[in-house]
Design a protein around this ligand. Structure first.
Ligand SMILES: [Zn+2]
Length: 129
């Protein structure tokens, strides 16, 4: 597996400082975060599910919030950027998770307010396992 995607629900609007990237408002709704790990993808996913860790990636700041829940996780044979580009949704935070992006994605976090549209998007990129 080359990449993974987290399907995330934010249940309450949050105002959050994301490391050096800045402080942003995350509206209520659904988010797709696309990432990859060079060595062990399962280990990386396990890390995302753990609340006890030092903040290293932008996503760590978001996942630590009590109003943020991972709904589902998918692994993909696509590269991180290809999977991200295939994912619909709005970019609300430029540069989130895409510091080492090489396909000019602008952000590896995409937002969708509507659950039905979010589920359509999840299925369009291969569904969740
Ligand atoms: Zn990218």
């Amino acid at each position: 597996m080359l990449s993974y995607q987290l399907f995330i629900n934010v249940t309450k609007e949050i105002n959050l400082k994301v490391g050096k990237l800045g402080t942003f408002i995350f509206p209520v709704g659904y988010y797709f975060y696309t990432g990859s790990a060079k060595k062990n993808i399962d280990k990386r996913i396990k890390r995302h599910l753990s609340k006890k860790k030092n903040f290293h990636w932008h996503i760590d700041y978001l996942l630590n919030n009590d109003a943020v829940h991972i709904i589902d996780i998918k692994k993909s044979e696509m590269t991180e950027c290809s999977l991200n580009k295939k994912t619909k949704g709005t970019i609300i935070i430029h540069g989130f998770g895409s510091s080492d992006c090489n396909l000019f994605c602008k952000s590896h976090l995409k937002y969708e307010e509507n659950i039905a549209l979010a589920e359509l998007t999840a299925n369009a990129v291969g569904g969740y396992k």
